[in-house]
Ligand binder design. Structure first.
Ligand SMILES: *[C@@H]1O[C@H](CO)[C@@H](O)[C@H](O)[C@H]1NC(C)=O
Ligand SMILES: *[C@@H]1O[C@H](CO)[C@@H](O)[C@H](O)[C@H]1NC(C)=O
Length: 309
């Protein structure tokens, strides 16, 4: 368990935000248990649409969020592969300033894809990625893209591959083998935001402060920080079994990547992830076992109405 920080001021803050915050009016409709098969297969039928290969959670959690009561084991201090975290480029949901996390309508569909400038951000990420690889890679090693199945992440992975192709001289100079098939993995999907899905982004401010006090909370039906860490642990374990000495680029979403970074770094409180925002199209190495290389935390400023995250 991660130590929980509880101060009087903190608790008053939590009580004030939960009790007096304006409630979203839209009701969250719980999917019936029998929902799975039909809709699930309907979505899976769309899977190869953009020609990517994929790997799917065997125990697919598309239609529900797991209840997780404590943080999983930390990630090992040494891994066979190196990991890089790439946040998707600007999406139509970023422009509309809504929370976009509903797996059933977003995984393997074209909804909330990148904008033109989001595609460009993904392409520009290639040079940031090469900067990180230059510090780290040895000739003959593989570069593999693993992406969330949400459109904005898949498109960003493709955009970054397009960028690498344009920078082929740098890739050749490093002697790297870039795998152009994007592997899709549901464990990189956006954190599910429960009743706040599709609401304005300022409603993130109902959840992020609570995350700092309780990594297992599921207020508003959100997926807890501990639940996200649990699927990240499973993902890394699976990738370690599949690849060796590869450079794995995980293309995902802001909350998931920020949680991944603090979890891998063994931060005291992974629930403080919201102070380490990733920009659209930003690449960071996933550093193991130390918080020394993290960017300066910026104080938690919940988004105001009309602000972009
Ligand atoms: C890349 O760098 C990271 C962190 O600096 C290190 O843990 C990892 O072993 C390096 N990987 C390779 C293949 O050199
Ligand atoms: C954290 O949230 C969980 C799930 O809602 C709850 O069971 C637990 O009591 C909370 N812990 C604290 C310290 O408030």
């Amino acid at each position: 368990m991660i130590p929980q920080r509880k101060s009087l001021v903190g608790w008053l803050w939590v009580v004030a935000t939960t009790a007096f915050a304006p409630r979203p009016t839209r009701q969250w409709t719980r999917l019936p248990d029998s929902f799975g098969p039909t809709r699930f297969h309907g979505i899976h039928a769309c899977r190869p649409r953009d020609g990517t290969s994929l790997s799917v959670l065997p125990h697919s959690d598309l239609q529900r969020v797991r209840e997780v009561r404590e943080m999983p084991e930390p990630l090992p201090l040494e891994l066979k592969n190196s990991y890089y975290l790439l946040r998707h480029g600007q999406s139509t949901a970023n422009v509309a300033q809504v929370i976009s996390s509903d797996r059933m309508t977003l995984a393997y569909t074209d909804k909330h894809d990148v904008t033109l400038s989001g595609y460009q951000q993904g392409k520009d990420a290639a040079s940031q990625l090469l900067d990180a690889l230059e510090r780290n890679a040895t000739r003959g090693e593989n570069v593999v893209f693993v992406s969330s199945p949400f459109a904005r992440a898949r498109s960003t992975a493709r955009a970054c591959l397009d960028g690498l192709q344009e920078l082929d001289e740098r890739v050749q100079a490093l002697g790297l083998l870039v795998n152009t098939n994007v592997v899709l993995d549901e464990r990189l999907m956006e954190r599910f935001f429960g009743r706040l899905d599709d609401e304005a982004i300022y409603t993130y401010s109902y959840v992020w402060p609570l995350d700092k006090f309780n990594v297992t909370h599921t207020a508003f039906g959100v997926e807890s920080v501990a639940a996200v860490c649990t699927r990240l642990h499973e993902l890394v374990t699976a990738l370690e079994e599949t690849y060796e000495r590869a450079h794995i680029v995980c293309v995902s979403h802001a909350d998931v990547l920020q949680i991944a970074q603090l979890y891998a770094a063994r931060a005291d409180n992974v629930g403080a992830f919201s102070s380490y925002r990733f920009r659209n199209g930003e690449v960071r190495s996933m550093i193991l076992g130390t918080t020394a290389c993290l960017p300066e935390p910026s104080p938690l400023l919940p988004p105001e109405r009309g602000t972009k995250v």
